[in-house]
Design a protein around this ligand. Structure first.
Ligand code: PMP
Length: 394
């Protein structure tokens, strides 16, 4: 009998469990108002409409069968049509690949596009799920900061001028998680130009684009170049449980993703693919449904921003998002958001400290606040609790 326990792969050494997932466990207590989770509001998910679509779908035995690895053909056709309208060119079905949420698209793309040690440029603060994927792929990660207009494309240009050669630049151009900001149109165009000039892929990770409050998000980065791979999903407009996401990429990328998808899970679920097809093609219903989410989140975002400004005045600076699910807030007096968290939990409010999303900058005084799952009075109460915690700890 061997006394040495078998080893795990060396590439796992740098991986940590997601700080957000660990924290979510703590914030499930009912007395805590959680601005931490980053979840869409389940009360706004169309359960009955999904049930009706499921019942109709199940009349076709094909939905219980394995489907094609790139996805249920009817769903690929709908996504191709929607993507064509969004990107402004005709997207063939061969450029559409359905994945198990857009997270799987990220993970498969990392395998397809990155050799170990390849350079990946991410945003700082970053989407933690992307960081995990790129770290697991053994990439070298360099961060470029965000400002109010999104990714600092000028800083990326400096890196390129200094000789850095990224394989991939990852951006959450719309309503950033966690930064709450949106990439300005001029920067989108420039980013696509740089991708073509320097031969790198851009991954435009866009799960939040439909969640605009007053006006639609700017034209996608992908509308400026075919070197931009677009990712999206129905998690934020229908339900995360469907696990339907997709990537739009040149066919050679889709063919490589297909080989890996076969190894990962053979194919997605034809049942949830058909349910999603039904809902996405019921366009009047869909428009009304997404409008309801936009209106609710817009009202909640405005209430949270107003409560922060009234309660903290200059002591907290926050983004004023035009869509999405998040506000990024900074204590201007140096309060450390990580060390404040236990006091805040005692006061009955949870958030995610900025440090959880940090790549280069430490973001010690920052926090991500998610406004989707609480109504306006609850958000105001959350801010009062945060103020009490910040006063106690001062
Ligand atoms: N990208 C970003 C920026 C996200 O915030 C998330 C999750 N909220 C995802 C991708 C993955 O979402 P899903 O797999 O549900 O599509």
């Amino acid at each position: 009998m061997s006394l040495t326990s078998p080893a795990l792969a060396g590439k796992l050494a740098g991986l940590q469990s997601s700080a957000i997932r660990d924290l979510l466990k703590l914030t499930a207590r009912p007395e805590i108002i959680s601005l931490a989770g980053g979840l869409p509001d389940a009360a706004l998910m169309p359960g009955e409409r999904i049930a009706a679509a499921a019942e109709a779908a199940l009349r076709d035995p094909a939905v219980l069968q394995y489907t094609e690895s790139p996805g249920w053909p009817a769903l690929r056709a709908v996504i191709a049509e929607r993507a064509s309208a969004k990107i402004g060119r005709s997207v063939p079905v061969g450029e559409v690949f359905i994945t198990h949420g857009s997270q799987q698209a990220l993970s498969l793309l990392a395998e397809v596009l990155l050799d170990p040690g390849a350079l990946v440029v991410v945003e700082d603060p970053a989407y933690v799920g992307a960081l995990q994927v790129f770290r697991a792929a053994g990439a070298r990660i360099v961060a470029v900061p965000l400002d109010a207009d999104g990714l600092r494309v000028d800083v990326l240009e400096e890196l390129l001028a200094a000789g850095e050669r990224p394989a991939v630049v990852h951006t959450v151009a719309n309503f950033h998680n966690p930064g709450g900001v949106t990439l300005a149109p001029e920067r989108r165009r420039r980013l696509a130009e740089l991708a073509e000039a320097h031969g790198f892929w851009v991954i435009e990770d866009d799960p939040y684009g439909e969640l605009w409050f007053d006006q639609p998000a700017p034209a996608p980065v992908a509308s400026y170049s075919p070197q931009v791979i677009r990712l999206s999903s129905v998690s934020k407009i229908l339900a995360p449980a469907l696990r339907v996401g997709w990537l739009i990429a040149p066919e050679k990328v889709c063919r490589a993703v297909e080989l890996l998808k076969q190894g990962a899970d053979l194919c997605g679920s034809a049942l949830t693919h058909q349910i999603t097809t039904d809902l996405l093609t019921d366009t009047d219903w869909l428009t009304a449904h997404v409008d309801t989410i936009r209106a609710a989140y817009g009202t909640r975002a405005r209430a949270l921003v107003a409560a922060l400004r009234t309660t903290f005045a200059d002591r907290v600076h926050c983004t004023d998002p035009t869509g999405g699910m998040f506000i990024w807030a900074d204590f201007t007096d140096g309060t450390n958001a990580s060390t404040l968290l236990p006091t805040a939990l005692e006061a009955g409010v949870a958030y995610v400290p900025g440090a959880a999303f940090a790549v280069t900058d430490a973001y010690q005084t920052s926090m991500r606040l998610c406004f989707t799952t609480s109504d306006e009075p609850t958000l105001t109460e959350a801010v009062h609790r945060l103020a009490r915690a910040a006063t106690t700890s001062a």
